[in-house]
Design a protein around this ligand. Structure first.
Ligand SMILES: [Zn+2]
Length: 159
């Protein structure tokens, strides 16, 4: 009996362990491309930011001070991510928004610099955009979406 019991509990443990691994599936995105496909499509800096979660140099993006009306789409897959309506001057040197276009930006947690930060990703292709912080405009959402300009493409509105 004792042997049978431990064998059963061992089996149980094995199945429990494999289940817990399956419990955290990698998020599936609508657009999935291999690294070499992305490399062919994107510039070197776009690839570094979007696919390797890099950060562009502060104040390097012309979008930082762009206040023209329009929409910012994902540089990789053209999904609409941010509206000029929600852009503000954060003074950080990166284009900043107080919110994303609903459902089009995914939130994730990363620990790249030792503590938890909310990573912002394109919800269609999984491209890294930037991070969300809680020091945004208090009058609106209080959030600051700190976005790499190279991850975006600006489409001015026609009016
Ligand atoms: Zn995208």
């Amino acid at each position: 009996m004792k042997i049978r019991f431990s064998l059963l509990s061992l089996l149980f443990l094995i199945s429990f362990c494999s289940k817990s691994q399956n419990a955290v599936p990698k998020k599936k995105y609508k657009i999935n491309k291999t690294n070499s496909e992305w490399k062919n499509q994107l510039t070197a800096i776009q690839y570094y930011v979007l696919r390797e979660a890099g950060t562009e140099v502060a104040f390097s993006s012309s979008y930082d001070k762009n206040y023209t009306k329009g929409v910012y789409v994902c540089a990789a897959c053209k999904t609409e991510l941010y509206s000029s309506k929600h852009k503000f001057d954060s003074g950080t040197g990166w284009p900043s928004f107080d919110r994303a276009i609903k459902n089009n930006v995914a939130l994730d947690i990363d620990y790249d610099i030792g503590y938890a930060r909310t990573e912002l990703k394109c919800n269609t292709c999984g491209g890294h955009l930037g991070h969300s912080f809680s020091d945004g405009p208090k009058k609106t959402t209080g959030k600051r979406h700190c976005i790499n300009g190279v991850a975006l493409k600006f489409i001015p509105s026609k009016k």
